[in-house]
Unconditional design. Structure first.
Length: 468
RNA sequence: UCCCCGAUAGCUCAAUGGUAGAGCGAGCGGCUGUUAACCGCUAGGUUCUAGGUUCGAGUCCUAGUCGGGGAGCCA
């Protein structure tokens, strides 16, 4: 169909042109005076195109008068300067074809305010609302910006596998992948399920991170990144967690933790400024109706330098804070949510990169620092914390010294045979390298102000919820 | 998984242990270059499920299911 996106139809310099638009009626206001106002959305932008239809249309009485929210139409007409107040441009319809009618009695998305909880039960139709249309466009722009950022810097986009066989990547519970009959799986002599007869001839899982699989590419091709779906079978019931989410994981070659932190900061600033520049219409909506601080926050971050401090320094800040903690800060324990919020929202009021965490609370693959003067051992890990969301990025310099890595794996109780290829990278031409993971949905949350992560992914998967 | 809160009309919510209501939406009518239009009328209910207390339960008790907030796990 030769149609003009509404985004283009609304350009003032198109006035006088005759165009065809297609979309879904958001609201229909009928006057018995013999004309109707149809507000049309086609997803190309936030704004609606008002179509004026009058009884000179052949199907006015029969069809147009019965149009209501949700109906799909194709309209052809002249773009004219609007006589009304709410819009500069509108269409004077010459022909309107009704593609799909709506049973107004049962159409769930009414022209009124709905709660996000209700709209989650209508995930197939919630995209027809202002909020979810805007979320989809911002999410798209963020994804494009992510690729732009890395591509312009020469990073290779690597597709790491969704199905993996390493069962302890150190990042949470995994979903099993199997084609065995769950009601009657084959069993070995000990009565255990015999996965050697499974599709892959071994136990397999959905990936919890592409990091281990992307490191070999980093250690041969240089700077790389992976960007894909990630799965965690944790029983997490929070507005910040999903069982299926998207993660961006760059891996920098010949790099240390400082390079990693530099990259993370530049990366976030690029993504945020892109959304600010290109998503103005949608962001204005979020700023007005969802979170009144979102524009100010994004601009502020773009202009300011991220705070960088070590875990030990952060502990000093927290320990001297005049404040009653639910969990008093203590060196060796992980930062609690209340601690992160204090640092980002009160002490510094901007993103904070915390580095060099105690080795005991971080995974085996992180580079081990020399013990400090008090003999405490840390690893070159970093978390990028932002106001409200908390941890948006987690990363580290990787341990590239074979002996240190092996002893760390022993400490963590891992079977080194399972990681033979990962260890091989440290045997043959090992290099210092570093990387991080950004949770896409948390980034979308941060840019839109949407409070619940289930509302920034099309079809959220959470415990007990895989409808749609 | 733990703590707290909630579930009543299509949606958002009211309703001292005593006949279940409103707004919005929907249908019909009126009015209008309208714009979350406006005005009038009408229809619409197994009060989440299963037990229990009571003469009587939307309301009180127990268990469960689902949802929300907080915490943990993390991105």
């Amino acid at each position: 169909m030769d149609r003009t996106p509404i985004k283009k139809a609304l350009d003032a310099d198109r006035i006088g042109q005759t165009v065809t638009v297609a979309g879904w009626v958001r609201t229909a206001r009928h006057s018995k005076g013999g004309f109707s106002f149809l507000s049309l959305n086609d997803g190309s932008c936030f704004a609606l195109l008002q179509i004026v239809a009058d009884r000179t249309l052949a199907n006015y009485e029969r069809e147009i008068l019965h149009l209501s929210a949700g109906c799909s139409i194709v309209a052809t007409g002249e773009l004219v300067a609007s006589e009304g107040k709410g819009q500069a441009v509108e269409m004077q319809a010459k022909e309107i074809r009704v593609l799909g009618e709506v049973d107004a009695e049962t159409y769930p998305v009414q022209a009124k305010r709905h709660t996000f909880e209700f709209l989650r039960t209508q995930a197939h139709l919630r995209t027809r609302t202002n909020t979810f249309g805007a979320v989809a466009r911002v999410r798209n722009r963020i994804c494009a910006a992510i690729h732009e950022f890395f591509q312009r810097r020469g990073f290779l986009y690597i597709h790491t596998p969704i199905i993996t066989s390493s069962d302890c990547e150190g990042a949470g519970e995994q979903f099993g992948v199997s084609t065995l009959d769950p009601a009657a799986p084959p069993r070995d002599e000990n009565g255990q399920v015999d996965f050697s007869q499974d599709f892959f001839g071994r136990r397999t899982y959905l990936t919890v991170s592409g990091q281990l699989a992307v490191e070999p590419y980093c250690c041969s091709l240089g700077d790389v990144y992976t960007f894909g779906p990630t799965f965690r079978a944790e029983n997490s019931n929070t507005p910040r967690h999903l069982a299926e989410f998207w993660m961006v994981e760059p891996e920098l070659a010949f790099a240390d933790l400082n390079d990693d932190a530099d990259l993370a900061e530049e990366f976030l600033k690029y993504v945020f400024s892109t959304v600010l520049n290109d998503g103005e219409e949608d962001l204005n909506f979020f700023n007005e109706h969802i979170d009144k601080t979102i524009l100010e926050t994004l601009r502020h971050i773009h202009e300011s330098e991220f705070v960088r401090l070590t875990y030990t320094e952060a502990m000093d800040v927290l320990e001297t804070a005049e404040r009653d903690w639910d969990y008093p800060p203590k060196w060796g324990a992980d930062l609690q949510t209340e601690h992160e919020r204090y640092l980002t929202e009160e002490t510094f009021q901007k993103p904070v990169i915390v580095t060099d965490y105690p080795a005991s609370i971080k995974p085996f693959y992180m580079y081990v620092n020399e013990p400090d003067e008090r003999g405490r051992r840390t690893v070159r890990a970093m978390d990028v914390l932002v106001p409200k969301i908390g941890e948006i990025i987690g990363g580290s310099q990787r341990e590239h010294r074979l002996e240190v890595l092996e002893s760390r794996m022993d400490e963590c109780g891992l079977n080194k045979d399972d990681y033979w290829w990962y260890l091989d990278l440290r045997r043959h031409g090992s290099i210092p390298h570093a990387g991080f993971g950004l949770g896409l949905e948390r980034c979308v949350q941060f840019c839109t102000g949407m409070a619940n992560i289930r509302d920034v992914i099309p079809y959220p998967r959470t415990p007990r919820n895989a409808e749609f």
